[in-house]
Design a protein around this ligand. Structure first.
Ligand code: TGC
Ligand code: FAD
Length: 388
């Protein structure tokens, strides 16, 4: 599924380079062949198949915007377009790729030692090792500055105690990037899966992002060598800079979820007959479709604009907040509206919109809630940080 169709009202495709179009089409084909036939079952079973990780590695999307260490080093726009096509399949799939590439790998790539990069990045790019990123805690989500997880020196070693909540890939990861408070401020640590005192639990009974593993990390006197610390990470700015990377992917990804919903609704409206006519012929249905197509195309253009700013090296965090806030809430509204066009059929997993809508509830909350992004924009406008 691409934007090269009647839904591409503004000729979005003409703004892309040949390479960008080719990467998008390759990822779209992968999603059509390897994800669409199975994703409703994964969602229903509440699972993400680990076997998909090496396939995503072969596709080249894991850490694809990073340079070296087995990563493709593509542009930000190419990475964004890959996220768009992945999330057109399912937000859980894009989440897997975001967390692996933009959070776990990026934290090592940007803040790690050469030894840490060589140890982890090539295997993570290939999907042979899975990473996760532990910032949120049971009592500190929007406010990570007050985290309770602590790292205390013991000779050359560090001892970590605390817990992390809602961690994507947490219970299947081979390595966790864990953020903890030290006497010198917030620091990052790489915790391999089998480290004594480090345990994980999968969170069950989710109604959203079901085709994704979400876990809790517990650190109980976890002893780590000095070499486990990310040497370049100093203060909260380090994890927040990783979030900027992942939030950027969501700006594109959420437009992909919306695209899949609108496409599904258009197809359904053209084939479903009531009162002797396709429901697509009723003006009320056309108004819904037209409004959604306008919003979808606007979201895609916003994403592309932010991608060009990122590639130029000038993007600022509040601009990513504009994209995440607008595109996720737009996608959620589109997914719900598309479900209405599908009538009763829309409540089953046979069609994607309600699955996307349920997923987008998580996307609205993670990587900074819509309220937090609103306040980041408010701070930019007024100079007052209302979240403090
Ligand atoms: P504040 O004092 O504003 O900032 C501390 C330092 O960080 C810098 N900074 C950033 N740097 C890079 N990128 C950003 N987006 C940044 N935002 C801030 C800032 O300049 C400062 O640097 P310095 O050198 O002056 O120290 O921090 P604050 O404590 O007041 O908090 C600000 C706030 C509320 C915006 C921040 O805490 C926040 O964004 N909260 C939301 C937390 C969040 O988004 N958590 C996400 C967890 S990970 C996740 O959800 C993964 S889901 C993935 C998936 O499955 O796809
Ligand atoms: P809270 O911060 O308690 O917020 C509750 C409500 O209060 C929200 O509406 C919020 O906007 C509002 N609120 C809070 N503060 C303010 C304020 N100052 N002004 C106005 N309103 C406010 N985290 C990770 O570290 N790594 C992961 O991989 C990860 N994956 C996730 C996967 C899923 C499926 C989910 C659901 C979450 C994941 N998270 C992850 C956690 C996510 O980042 C947090 O849920 C999010 O940051 C919000 O934190 P919270 O849930 O503690 O909500």
């Amino acid at each position: 599924m691409t934007l090269t169709d009647p839904l591409d009202l503004l000729d979005f495709d003409s703004l892309l380079s040949d390479e960008e179009r080719q990467i998008r089409e390759t990822v779209a084909r992968f999603v059509t062949e390897h994800v669409r036939p199975h994703v409703a079952d994964w969602f229903e079973e509440g699972t993400f198949p680990r076997e998909l990780a090496p396939e995503l590695g072969k596709l080249g999307v894991l850490g694809m915007h990073l340079e070296g260490y087995g990563c493709a080093g593509t542009s930000a726009v190419a990475y964004g377009l890959a996220c768009l096509e992945l999330e057109a399949g399912d937000s859980g799939l894009r989440s897997f790729v975001s967390v692996q590439g933009s959070l776990a790998m990026f934290s090592i790539w940007r803040y790690g030692s050469e030894e840490q990069k060589l140890q982890w990045l090539p295997r993570m790019a290939a999907g042979e090792a899975i990473g996760c990123f532990g910032l949120t805690e049971p009592d500190f989500g929007s406010d990570p500055a007050n985290m309770r997880t602590r790292a205390v020196r013991d000779g050359d070693d560090w001892i970590l105690n605390g817990s992390k909540m809602w961690i994507t890939n947490g219970s299947i990861a081979d390595v966790a990037t864990v953020w903890a408070r030290t006497e010198e401020g917030i620091r990052g640590f790489l915790v391999p899966r089998d480290t004594p005192g480090f345990t994980t639990r999968t969170i069950k009974k989710k109604l959203s992002l079901r085709a994704s593993i979400t876990g809790e990390l517990s650190l109980d006197d976890v002893r780590l060598p000095a070499s486990a610390q990310l040497p370049e990470a100093r203060g909260l700015g380090a994890p927040l800079s990783c979030l900027s990377e992942a939030r950027f992917g969501i700006v594109f990804g959420s437009a992909g979820a919306a695209l899949d919903c609108v496409r599904t609704a258009v197809d359904y409206a053209n084939s479903r007959v009531q009162f002797g006519r396709p429901i697509a012929a009723f003006q009320l249905t056309q108004q819904k479709l037209a409004d959604m197509a306008v919003d979808l195309n606007t979201s895609a253009l916003l994403a592309l604009h932010l991608g060009r700013l990122k590639d130029a090296g000038t993007i600022k965090p509040h601009q990513i907040s504009v994209g995440k806030l607008n595109n996720v809430r737009t996608a959620l509204a589109i997914a719900r509206e598309c479900r209405t066009i599908l009538g009763g059929s829309g409540i089953t997993l046979e069609y994607s919109p309600l699955r996307h809508a349920n997923n987008l509830e998580s996307v609205l909350t993670y990587e900074g809630t819509s309220e937090i992004h609103t306040l980041v924009i408010g701070q930019t406008l007024t100079g007052h940080a209302a979240f403090k």
